[in-house]
Design a protein around this ligand. Structure first.
Ligand code: ADP
Ligand code: MG
Length: 313
């Protein structure tokens, strides 16, 4: 059956009939052609497709369509895993894996809206504020995965590593080249902003980065500090205000108040006495965020961009 189908394929359209007796068998030629065209998946699954088409008596068009569709799917998967590898995500957790019932301070509809990636198309920013363990990084990673599934590029870095990297590039005269790493991705995730203070150079570099991406491409940022406390993160309060001004102009802020998921897991495992509550270090960070009293309004409807007012330091 297989032989019949391959040998009775479409006729050669050239005007001169060719003598094929000296040519390699048609299957070998097909493999060689698919390899030359870089159609790896089609090359590997050719026989299976031919067998199936023969047994199901599919048309030539169906056979071709299925062969090429498999190629496209495999190529898409390959591109996605390369994109994910290059994004440097700390872990792979999806939005579906997030338990919203555990964190009722998060409006799930807001996350669903972000999942549409309108923010990325609009070059708008997303900022997750809250104490440690409440899911800021998880939600950022989930959004980044959504963006990459949609064909966008993403890059994840902690604020500390970002500033370390840019500062040493500046000192060694490689800054121009290094900028590209942080300007090129459609979505840049800057994690753990505010855990460590930034020096003068750090603040300037961060300002330059936020300015360069402003209205061009999105930043997803996580912080344990309320906007009001950002003055203490940057050496220069003027820089802090200028950064917030650009960052928040088109943005969605998700302010998470709640218990650490990590602590809950430890409590469940009996590693922590519930009466002990939150350890002192976490309590401090949590307090910083609870002081914000901020919850950026998210307007549903025609206008997506939000005009969140930065609180000066
Ligand atoms: P942080 O707010 O400090 O960035 P993470 O996002 O890193 O916290 O969350 C800490 C851990 O707890 C991660 O493994 C994350 O997947 C998990 N986690 C946090 N919140 C939730 C949640 N609501 N549902 C499921 N997993 C969660
Ligand atoms: Mg985190």
């Amino acid at each position: 059956m297989l032989e019949d189908r391959t040998n009775s394929g479409p006729r050669d359209r050239s005007s001169e009939p060719r003598d094929r007796s000296s040519e390699p068998p048609v299957l070998d030629r097909l493999h060689s052609l698919l390899e030359t065209l870089g159609l790896r998946e089609a090359d590997q699954t050719l026989e299976a497709h031919l067998e199936r088409a023969a047994s199901q008596q599919s048309s030539y068009a169906d056979l071709l369509c299925e062969l090429l569709a498999d190629e496209v799917t495999a190529r898409h998967d390959r591109n996605l895993s390369t994109r994910i590898k290059l994004s440097h995500l700390p872990y792979r957790k999806t939005l579906e894996q997030f338990d919203f019932t555990f964190q009722p301070s998060i409006d799930e509809r807001q996350i669903r809206e972000l999942k549409t990636l309108r923010f990325a198309h609009d070059a708008s920013n997303v900022i997750f504020l809250g104490p440690p363990g409440v899911g800021k990084t998880h939600l950022s990673v989930g959004l980044a995965l959504e963006a990459m599934r949609a064909g966008m590029s993403a890059y994840f870095i902690t604020a500390h590593d970002l500033i370390e990297d840019l500062s040493s590039a500046a000192r060694e005269g490689r800054l121009r080249k290094r900028w590209q790493v942080y300007l090129r991705p459609r979505v840049l995730i800057i994690d753990e902003m505010g855990y460590l203070p930034m020096g003068e150079l750090g603040g300037t570099l961060f300002f330059q980065l936020v300015s360069a991406r402003y209205e061009r491409s999105s930043i997803i940022l996580t912080s344990n500090k309320s906007y009001g406390d950002w003055g203490g993160v940057f050496a220069d309060p003027v820089i802090a205000t200028a950064i917030l001004d650009r960052l928040l102009h088109h943005s969605t802020t998700i302010n998470i108040r709640g218990e650490s998921y990590r602590l809950r897991e430890r409590k469940k495992a009996g590693l922590l006495n519930p009466a002990m509550g939150v350890p002192p270090a976490r309590a401090t960070a949590g307090k910083a965020c609870d002081q914000t009293g901020q919850r950026t309004e998210h307007r549903q409807g025609t206008q997506h961009r939000e005009e969140a007012q930065p609180q000066g330091p």
